[in-house]
Design a protein around this ligand. Sequence first.
Ligand code: IMP
Ligand code: MG
Length: 175
Amino acid sequence: MSPNLSKVISEKELHKRIKEMGETLTDKFKNSSVLAVCVLKGSFIFFADLIRLIECDMNCEFLSTSSYGNNSHSSGEVKVTMDINSSVQGRHVLLVEDIIDTGLTMSYLQKMFEIRKPKSITTVTLLHKPEAKKVECKIDLVGFKIPNDFVVGYGLDYQNQYRHLPYIARLENLN
Ligand code: IMP
Ligand code: MG
């Protein structure tokens, strides 16, 4: 059976919530200089929309992680396949994730950034699956809490497909 898409968060709901998140982060950072870090690939659309709604001094950086390969389940092993270029020491770091599932990626990244002596680390995720948690990680701002289903769209993929969808959909009939 081929996978079936069922919309769970509309384009309108995404934009409304991301606007609120931008306001919250503007309040937090309006007098600061921020190093905003996009965790590729899944966060690229969320990151692009969110940073345009945060009014503060900002530098943008990109890093890439992989833990899923071509599967819909985490391999449990996090790899940083591309790191950022800027120094983190003494900076306010804003880590932007698409989704926190087991928490493995975010907990790994938080430890990696802590060692680099930032002034602060703020963690933001568009989606959070609380039921899938395997390890603790600090999450400062969540867009939407969702059930433990595999979702795609708005940057999130399954086997590198569906990233371009403007909404979030549940992927059903996965093998
Ligand atoms: P975690 O390490 O298990 O928290 O998962 C982190 C990464 O796995 C996310 O940044 C996503 O790239 C990917 N991921 C987790 N759940 C999903 C999902 O439902 N759809 C697409 N990607 C997912
Ligand atoms: Mg991600």
